[in-house]
Write a protein of this length. Structure first.
Length: 742
């Protein structure tokens, strides 16, 4: 990581003489729109606009007019002639935010906003690098690699090093390299802590060398190379610190280490840096954001002024009171209290339900009631902690005919991992399903490449047979050889074996067997990308959904109808999204679902990050609550199916942290037992089922398994056998897959 001493050294080398204003005093502002906008600001907002010299931190609470302050401040700098457009650097996190800000500034100044350095961190760094590319070993025409190109290049390097492609999957390598770049670490700055990291570091070095040869950069490089440019060439840094007389930064709490260092370097000129953000809304630690960046602002910029925007224009007083009492439990924050001039309004509604199905039914009924009262569906949102939770709401809304959209992700049955799982189920039920077979044939990787697929397609067209039938015939010939032939033979054998179990194995259990034995579950278990845990949760929810139907074919028919109905929706729709996706949005009615310990706060966050993880989860709850204007409805379930097992639900600790004067609580419902209801009890792979298997097998018996070979039975547990295989070691297998070898 770049050291603070380096920052001070560069600062000493630079010409840090204070800049003179373009005029000795601000000019009269002639824009009527600006005058109207500025006159309507509240005192704190006006202070944030008028303090232009020196470092300023604007702590902008949810719904307090952050964007309005930013755009008015930017317009003020231009209209008062304190700076030309090219002398103002304004940084946002999204292109959408940059576009909106540019449009609003243009309206306020009643003229063109061209010439402003206004954009995302990446777009501004590209602009700088294009001018100075040769100083970082590139040409000005360098290419910016997308994710696919990046993964393809890493895959080539992994192969060249003869590494295990499962352990060093391109996505895993890319994820580690990306994290290092987000922390501002070039290869020479990294000290590996394990043999795994040593190998990744070597790949990182080769990867960067290859990028230079290709005259290319990835997204992480855009900021990292700009940092390197400024660190190695103080004259270039001086050029930009002199040019940018004023710096404005939006969503400062979401900056990572590299972005933070980049900003600190540029702010060493005039020191006129204004950062707008909310420490209580820092919820992206999992992707590199450092809440500490905003918390140490006063230390980083001595003499900084802090302005708190606390008047909320969005939510009613009860919602704000509940949110404030919740977030006050966090130790790592500046502290502020939101308030509103609005009076009255509904209290936060807390409702306990029996299980996830009843939760979806309750939400569906409330949506219908509100809609009958002329409330727009567009102004209702369901916020979940984990993506797998959306499935039950989607199913319920389809049953009720309520149109909906999933924001920030695909609908449940459209997600990649769910579509893959569906393809496995389809090929087992329908052996001639060519589309399903093609989808799963090399997923996970089995060594069946495009050339093999072309041979199969060619034969299928000529003989007018399905793709699976073509594969079945061709593996008996020399048309397909080597690894591809072996892989196809194994896959077809497995599909046949799974199909033979359709009538003898509970379909939920069979689905788990298929996903496990195919290697599909393991593929996501070893994947280290940020999306992998969510994909695994979705696969578990997929099996939960399947078990609610009487058979696998019935479930597949249901999904087909669901997918068909997706296109038959009107323009007005309820929004379903994760809490992370909801940031920056607002709705009249917000349903905050699944507030149970282990789900929210999420157990993974607590396990990996401890107290810091808990505080980020609490900030996430705060963000969710403050999305609501008129009503917030929190639900928790007494029972929920998690990881294919029924669990008793314990209400989230966050519920007890809500001020009692702002909430209204309701009972769990008609039933009060905390064991799963009989109608929902289903065979579970983790619960031994009565079986006569002990009559067929006995401990120490010599047996044979088609996949693992010969071995001896160690223990018998229900319908499962633990076997010590000669070559594979201890394995737990289904007894129906084993035959006696005595």
């Amino acid at each position: 990581m770049f050291e603070k001493d380096s920052l001070r050294a560069i600062s000493h080398k630079m010409n840090t003489q204070p800049h003179q204003n373009m005029s000795s005093s601000p000019q009269i502002i002639s824009s009527r729109r600006y005058i109207d906008e500025a006159s309507s600001l509240n005192p704190a907002q006006r202070q944030a606009v008028e303090i232009t010299e020196g470092p300023l931190l604007v702590l902008a609470g949810a719904g307090t007019g952050k964007t309005r302050v930013l755009t008015t401040r930017l317009a003020s700098l231009l209209l008062s002639h304190k700076a030309w457009p090219s002398q103002v650097l304004s940084v946002t996190f999204t292109n959408k935010a940059a576009f909106e800000m540019k449009e609003r500034v243009a309206k306020l100044i009643e003229g063109s906003a061209e010439g402003l350095w206004l954009g995302t961190f990446h777009s501004i760094c590209v602009r700088i690098l294009r001018k100075h590319a040769e100083l970082v070993g590139l040409q000005s025409s360098f290419t910016i690699l997308d994710t696919d190109d990046q993964l393809r290049l890493i895959k080539q390097l992994v192969k060249a090093e003869s590494l295990d492609e499962k352990k060093f999957a391109p996505r895993i390598v890319a994820s580690v390299i990306s994290r290092w770049k987000d922390r501002g670490l070039t290869p020479s700055k990294i000290t590996p802590t394990s043999d795994f990291e040593k190998i990744i570091l070597r790949l990182y070095e080769f990867y960067q060398d290859r990028l230079r040869i290709l005259n290319a950069a990835d997204f992480g490089d855009l900021i990292l190379l700009c940092l390197k440019l400024f660190m190695d060439h103080s004259d270039v840094l001086a050029q930009y610190t002199t040019q940018f007389r004023y710096i404005l930064v939006d969503e400062y709490q979401d900056t990572n280490v590299a972005q933070y260092l980049w900003l600190r370097l540029l702010a060493q000129g005039t020191g006129n840096i204004c950062c707008v953000g909310d420490d209580d809304q820092s919820i992206y630690g999992w992707r590199g954001a450092e809440v500490g960046n905003i918390l140490r602002f006063e230390k980083d910029f001595p003499g900084a002024v802090i302005v708190r925007l606390e008047q909320n224009y969005r939510s009613n007083a009860h919602i704000l009171g509940a949110a404030s009492s919740l977030i006050s439990q966090n130790a790592g924050r500046f502290g502020k209290t939101l308030w509103t001039e609005k009076t009255g309004g509904e209290k936060v509604h807390i409702q306990g339900v029996w299980d996830g199905e009843e939760e979806a039914r309750l939400v569906g009924e409330k949506v219908e009631d509100l809609h009958r009262q002329s409330q727009s569906l567009n102004q209702m949102a369901i916020l979940v902690r984990a993506g797998f939770q959306t499935r039950e709401f989607e199913e319920r809304f389809l049953t009720l005919g309520i149109p909906y959209r999933v924001i920030g992700g695909f609908r449940f049955y459209e997600r990649l991992e769910v579509r893959d799982a569906l393809a496995y189920m389809r090929i087992v039920v329908q052996p001639q399903d060519s589309l399903a077979f093609e989808r799963i044939m090399n997923t996970p990787k089995r060594g069946i490449g495009t050339s093999t697929l072309q041979i199969l397609h060619q034969y299928a067209r000529c003989e007018q047979v399905s793709l699976p039938e073509a594969a079945l015939r061709l593996i008996e010939t020399d048309e397909i050889r080597g690894k591809a032939k072996t892989a196809l033979h194994t896959l077809l054998h497995d599909i046949g074996r799974w199909r033979s179990q359709l009538t003898t194995t509970p379909h939920g259990e069979l689905a788990r067997i298929i996903l496990d034995e195919s290697g599909y579950t393991a593929m996501w278990q070893v994947d280290k990308s940020p999306e992998a845990p969510g994909r695994l949760e979705n696969l578990k929810e997929f099996v939960n959904a399947l078990e609610e139907f009487e058979s696998l074919p019935t479930f597949l028919d249901h999904v087909s109808l669901v997918m068909e109905n997706i296109t038959n929706t009107s323009a007005e729709m309820v929004s379903i999204m994760t809490l992370h996706s909801a940031k920056g949005l607002e709705f009249n009615t917000v349903f905050l679902t699944g507030w149970e310990e282990g789900l929210f706060p999420h157990q993974r966050s607590l396990g990996e990050s401890g107290e810091a993880g808990l505080e980020e989860e609490r900030r996430l709850a705060y963000v969710g609550l403050t999305r609501a204007r008129e009503r917030a409805i929190i639900t928790f379930a007494a029972n929920r199916r998690v990881h294919n097992q029924w669990q008793s639900g314990i209400p989230s600790r966050f519920i007890d942290e809500l001020s009692s004067q702002h909430v209204e609580r309701f009972t769990v419902g008609k039933r009060h037992s905390f064991s799963p209801p009989p109608r929902r009890q289903l065979p579970d792979i983790h619960t031994p089922q009565p079986s006569s298997i002990s009559k067929t097998f006995h401990v120490k018996q010599r047996v044979f398994h088609m996949k693992f070979g010969y071995g001896y039975i160690v223990t018998i547990e229900g319908s499962k056998l633990e076997i010590d295989f000669d070559h594979s070691g201890l394995k737990m297998v289904m007894g129906s897959f084993v035959e006696s070898a005595e």
